[in-house]
Design a protein around this ligand. Structure first.
Ligand code: FE2
Length: 362
């Protein structure tokens, strides 16, 4: 018993000691007290979901409920990004269920990434990967056999990274994919244009992956590709890296104090966003199911609001405001005045009878 107490005490001391280590390059966002979601000059709105885990208990019900919430809202987002673990076992029936439900979303453009569960946790990934890609291509409108691809939402580039290996949990990012990422960033993020990079896995050291996945390896992308990815992202002003995988909820001051961690952080000018688990609840932070993030981009900031999509309610205590720097979106150019054409010679117009006028559609 004494030994157990000693181990617990030592662990607590270590955790507090680690929390005091000043990671100077990281800025952890603590939620702002006043939500400032209603802004003029909105350039883009997104819903961020992750780890919907179709196949897990009640996950289908939560997803249907979330889609109903979005469809019932008056102001629809421009896009919805689901950052992996769409399914739990990577079975074809699970993909079908996921995409058939998501295809009922009326308005926002769908973008998905694949996660470790989408490749199957029990079978070789090579068996599942083609199925995952086939369904994604059909429903997201992508035309590639690679797991990584890019698209845009409302003119803003979304770059989706993908695993190319066969590890149990982690991801393999080849040099070819990194080179492709460099080209995509140059196209999408130059001149300070906000750009979104989506990957199921966080980069090593982010969002408390070291204590959330302490034993089983694979809570993050390995050190070597992490370094390379960070250096590519850091070339640009307003890049946002969106990940899932950790099943860690929305975080506030407590997580920062205890674990020096938060679901939104900045490192060397790049913002890293860890999206809560939607379908199975969360291990840490706000644990509720159906949680995600509503994102609003303006010229000056990116506002992230924690949101529960089962109720449609936002978490007013979990609002994160990130500055957007040196970005000048192109002004709307006024339409050229139309010069009226010289009217043709008058023709006889047949008018409807008076009692039929009200039935003519406007
Ligand atoms: Fe997951």
């Amino acid at each position: 018993m004494r030994k157990v107490s000693a181990v617990i005490s030592l662990t607590l001391v270590l955790l507090f000691a680690l929390s005091a280590v000043p990671f100077k390059a990281d800025k952890l966002f603590t939620p702002v007290t006043e939500a400032k979601a209603e802004t003029e000059d909105v350039l883009l709105t997104l819903e961020l979901w992750s780890d919907t885990h179709i196949g897990s208990k009640n996950a289908q019900h939560y997803l249907e409920n979330g889609v109903d919430t979005i469809n019932s809202e008056e102001n629809k987002a421009d896009g919805i990004i689901v950052s992996g673990d769409l399914t739990t076992d990577g079975a074809e029936s699970e993909y079908r269920t996921f995409y058939e439900i998501m295809s009922k979303i009326n308005g926002p453009k769908l973008v998905t990434a694949n996660g470790n569960h989408d490749y199957g946790q029990t079978k070789p990934r090579d068996e599942h990967r083609p199925v995952a890609i086939r369904y994604r291509n059909r429903y997201v409108g992508v035309d590639t056999q690679k797991d990584y691809y890019s698209t845009d939402i409302n003119g803003y580039k979304v770059i989706v990274l993908g695993d190319e290996g066969s590890k149990f949990n982690g991801a393999v990012i080849s040099d070819t994919q990194l080179s492709w990422l460099a080209d995509e960033l140059e196209e999408g993020a130059k001149d300070g244009k906000p750009c979104f990079v989506v990957c199921h896995w966080p980069l090593k050291g982010d969002h408390g992956e070291w204590f959330l996945w302490p034993i089983i390896p694979g809570g993050h992308i390995d050190s070597k590709p992490t370094k390379k990815i960070r250096s590519l992202l850091e070339h640009y002003n307003n890049v946002f890296y969106i990940s899932g995988h950790l099943h860690a909820g929305l975080n506030g001051e407590l997580a920062r104090r205890l674990f020096n961690s938060c679901c939104v952080k900045e490192k060397n000018g790049v913002t890293y966003i860890s999206v809560p688990c939607f379908g199975e609840g969360n291990r840490f932070g706000v644990s509720e199911k159906g949680t995600g993030m509503h994102v609003t981009l303006t010229k000056d900031k990116l506002l992230i609001e924690g949101k529960n999509y089962l109720t449609g309610q936002k978490y007013s205590k979990y609002v994160y405001e990130i500055g957007v720097s040196n970005y000048n979106p192109p002004e709307d150019t006024p339409a050229e005045p139309v010069t009226p054409e010289t009217p043709d010679a008058p023709q006889s117009i047949e008018l409807p009878e008076p009692d039929k006028i009200n039935n003519i559609a406007a």
